[in-house]
Design a protein around this ligand. Sequence first.
Ligand code: AMP
Ligand code: MG
Length: 267
Amino acid sequence: MKQFLLRPNQQLRLTDWDPEDTSGFDGGKEEARKALEKLKGKLEPLQELLYADHRFSLLVVLQGIDTSGKDGTIRAVFEGVNPQGVRVASFKQPSALEVEHDFLWRVHAETPERGEMVIFNRSHYEDVLVTRVHGLLPRATWERRYDEINAFERELTEEGTTILKFFLHISREEQARRLNARLEDPTKHWKFRESDLLERKRWRSYVAAYQEAITRTSTRWAPWCVVPANRKWFRDLVVCRRIVATLESLGLRYPPLPDGFRLTRIR
Ligand code: AMP
Ligand code: MG
């Protein structure tokens, strides 16, 4: 899965990254489904261990254009995990209170506590994406933010939070298929918003904004993973694998009993 990680300073050009990619999974959907089940079986006990150990925390950042599958990924990957150990923070348009603060204020407030796993459904990256595409801020402001984001993420990392950033990469054709599916299926009408069509018209601006944001913020401490996301089953697998591999690499351990209780027998 290393092939989807961006190296620091590596220039991202999305045309070089195939959103249809399913490499390593020629067995297709069925084989992938079994592999995902197996990984989810590992995720559940790892979550408990993360909590028990209480030294580290995990922050999963999900970004991607409308319909890229942020909600679907959260459901598919985390459905088996203890709801007490994982939390989702969704970032919408900032509230009246939030815009009165610096852009990281509301984000920092949602970062995980020790032992906790938090998923960002959208994130501080919106502040260099949608704000830029819609010209909500002067260029100098969002340009400065790349460095501010890097410093923020570095501090979190040094304090014990592992940050996993995923960009869900779909093609423009796949977005059309998904929007049409929303129009055709009455149970998906609630997901459809006119703004989706207006945003789609800005596809090229979003690509430019994403490419620059990801390039500028793929750091040693928090690299981006560009997830081929046209195939939902492959997308889920890539995300779940990276999370499991990361938790396995932390050297988590169950803390021992406090001194003096080892030989105690309660009667
Ligand atoms: P959704 O994730 O589909 O519920 O949509 C949330 C909406 O909030 C999206 O249109 C985002 O672009 C928007 N949004 C999130 N963060 C910001 C932000 N910092 N500034 C402006 N719009 C934002
Ligand atoms: Mg959404």
